[in-house]
Ligand binder design. Sequence first.
Ligand code: SF4
Length: 420
Amino acid sequence: MNRPRDNIDVLTFGCRLNTYESEAMRDLAAKAGHGAGTILVNTCAVTAEAERQARQAIRKAARDNPGARILVTGCAAQINPEAWGALPGVARVIGNADKLKPEAWATDAPPAPVTNIMAATETAAHLVTDFAGRTRAFVQVQQGCDHRCTFCVIPYGRGPSRSVPIGAIVEQVRALVERGYREVVLTGVDITSYGPDLPGKPALGQMIRRLLAQVPELPRLRLSSLDPVEIDEDLWRLIAEETRLMPHLHLSLQHGADLILKRMKRRHLRADALAVAERARRLRPDIAFGADLIAGFPTETEEHFAETVALVEELDLAFLHVFPYSERPGTPAARMPQLPVPLRRERAARLREAGKAAAARFLAGRVGREEAVLFERADRGHTAQFAPLRLIGGVAAVPGEIRLVRVSAAGADTLLAEAA
Ligand code: SF4
């Protein structure tokens, strides 16, 4: 449970977009007069496990805080409001289309049905100026998704793709920089879908170029997950030329075998992923990759799985988010022949091991180099490539400080540097 600011407890599950929205909702709830005894739960529907954890947390919160008003929102609640509304202690379910609207938080608002997210046409931007205890801030630039990957329920929780106007993004980032944030992460559901719903149809690259031009004081900009084949030419130029854009791309790859990628209804094939990585490395040799990967997708054979493991090695994917496939009700993949759950978990564990080996190789390659590190704590921070780093000895850092250090060694999952 996040540190209660404004006496409002916030439980956030899932993605960076949820993290951003939870801070915005905390502000809105406080301004609407919610206070002690209010528990806000921002749910996730990506896996059955994420839903189980949120239900468990709500039951515990109701048990430990008799009389508390539990307000539930997020993708799982959007998709199945009745079920979440029926949990103990839940006073209200607020839909994803309404969660950033001040009126949804009025303390005397009558219970209202969750609105149809598919009818959502705009993003309710909200100026967030504080990320509890964080030195890196998340900024929502896009919402929803128009794709229909066969395993995914997100479009049913978040609705169609909508973009935040550039002016609102600039205002948000400027406010965060004025508050001392040195790094901003642009987040959304499918940020490479940025722009077609805005005047002039600015693509993601154009938006970033204008943002960086209008906020020259921002030292570091990082991107959340990217659809590999939807990186636009402007963004490629920024990857090559813009030092404030961090040399770290997190790719939504999902799998390494073409047949499975087709059954997932992804927009890329294995060769595309290799070509994107090759191009990025040619333009920015020190670039690092992360990726989202699923193990145990329906009909996946040992040979298909081996192609995913090989992709981790071929691309040196240093930062992996591995998910054992989780069938989501109502998705096409849930109607395909399923693999046994233990096999999915076993393959996910093997994929994580391959990821650890790739991370260790990547970290070993940084020994002896000078790194600009954003410190989150006196002795811990992340490099531009997003490698974790720990200071050993010497002068402690100040959280939020960016300091140049020389890497003296690499552990299994972190770099080590002597403080000057
Ligand atoms: S791109 Fe695919 S995986 Fe990503 S949110 Fe959209 S439907 Fe889901």
